[in-house]
Design a binder for this molecule. Structure first.
Ligand code: PMP
Length: 364
């Protein structure tokens, strides 16, 4: 081989050609500093259950010498008791993103496209691309609702959030059931990250459908985004498959403090309900003020409101709020580029938001 030719060959065989290239998910900003009003990542504005702080202070650090329970037993047991299922039906992960990423790897292997809504959690297409899973999006209707008929086409699996994100719109249990029933040969994942703020969980449907998996998180209604806890509930066989993949990837994902503190959060149901009710009350109040300011939005059942202003572009409002240290979420994307996703904070935070919006929109 001539020197020129082998040099050319080397050029076409760069190490970078063998890299799994991905366009990563872009999480919301985590700005630092005092007096910031952070309404951009749907965190809970209240602290976690008081027992969490107490147990964290009492944590026996000598126990950290040992590996934690690889199945996160304390937490899986607390969740099983809370939701009235067997502990073998519960899978716990490091945030629901971890659970969902493993679920994509475990269940979406048919080679046929998986289906999800065109406007939805923007991590789904990232995981599909990461694992080279073909996918097809199904358009929401003009009122941002899922059209269940779209999920009757041949597919390799289905995933959708309920309530959907970033719209906040809830689908009734009948719609969820219709989709699960029409897709018995594949796994249907219902991502219930926001279900506690006004929806009815599809967990009871697990008794009827083997192909259903429900995913929830501690990051929103349980005020523990920083602890990283999410979970799935499904039939025992499905959870076993998920565990087989997890144990082939990394056995000890969930650290011991997260298992103990997470279990404590589940057990304090009174506090959970108190916080949830406060957030729902603030959301309903915020809907009224936002309407008065000229915003329209789907009727959210989540801890955020997906709002567009009738005259002022979302990007402009987003930037002006940011200048005032108020962070909301904006995506420069088709269909949603004129909307802001505003997380529900405390009443005081929402009042500050309203005051800032009043100034920004004055005379427009
Ligand atoms: N699903 C949906 C619909 C979400 O909005 C989020 C939050 N970004 C998640 C899952 C993941 O949340 P976490 O990993 O904090 O549990």
């Amino acid at each position: 081989m001539s020197a020129v030719k082998s040099a050319e060959m080397r050029k076409t065989m760069e190490w970078e050609d063998n890299v799994r290239r991905v366009v990563p998910y872009v999480a919301g900003e985590q700005p630092k500093g005092e007096n910031i009003i952070k309404l951009n990542t749907n965190e809970c504005p209240y602290p976690p259950a008081p027992g969490v702080a107490r147990l964290a202070a009492e944590l026996d650090c000598s126990a950290l010498r040992l590996y934690p329970d690889s199945g996160a037993a304390p937490l899986a047991e607390a969740l099983a008791a809370y939701y009235g299922v067997k502990k073998e039906q519960v899978f716990v992960g490091v945030g629901s993103d971890d659970v969902l990423a493993l679920a994509f790897l475990t269940f979406f292997n048919s080679g046929r496209p998986i289906l999800f809504p065109d406007v939805t959690y923007s991590f789904y297409d990232v995981w599909a691309e990461l694992y080279r899973i073909p996918y097809r999006t199904c358009g929401l209707d003009e009122n941002w609702h899922i059209r269940p008929g779209d999920y009757r086409q041949p597919n390799g699996g289905v995933i959708f959030p309920n309530p959907n994100a970033p719209t906040g719109l809830l689908e009734g249990t009948e719609t969820v059931e219709e989709i699960v029933r029409a897709n018995r040969e594949v796994i249907v994942i219902v991502d219930e990250a926001y279900i506690d703020f006004g929806g009815v969980s599809a967990i009871p449907l697990l008794k009827k459908y083997e192909n259903l998996m429900i995913v929830q998180t501690f990051s929103k209604s349980r005020a523990l985004a920083g602890l990283r806890v999410g979970f799935a509930i499904g039939n025992e066989k499905l959870i076993r498959y998920l565990n087989d993949v997890k144990f082939s990837f990394n056995s000890y994902t969930m650290n011991l403090p997260a298992q103990i503190l997470g279990a404590e959060a589940v057990q304090d149901d009174a506090y959970f309900k108190e916080v949830r009710d406060k957030i729902v009350a603030t959301r309903e109040r915020a809907k009224k003020t936002l309407s008065e300011l000229g915003f329209t939005f789907p009727d959210s059942s989540a801890n955020f409101i997906f709002a567009s202003h009738k005259t002022v572009p979302a990007r402009e409002i987003f930037e002006k709020l940011r200048e005032r240290d108020i962070y909301v979420r904006y995506w420069d994307k088709p269909r949603i580029g004129n909307s802001l996703r505003i997380s529900v904070g405390t009443d005081a935070q929402m009042d500050a938001l309203t005051a800032a919006l009043g100034e920004i929109l004055e005379g427009k």
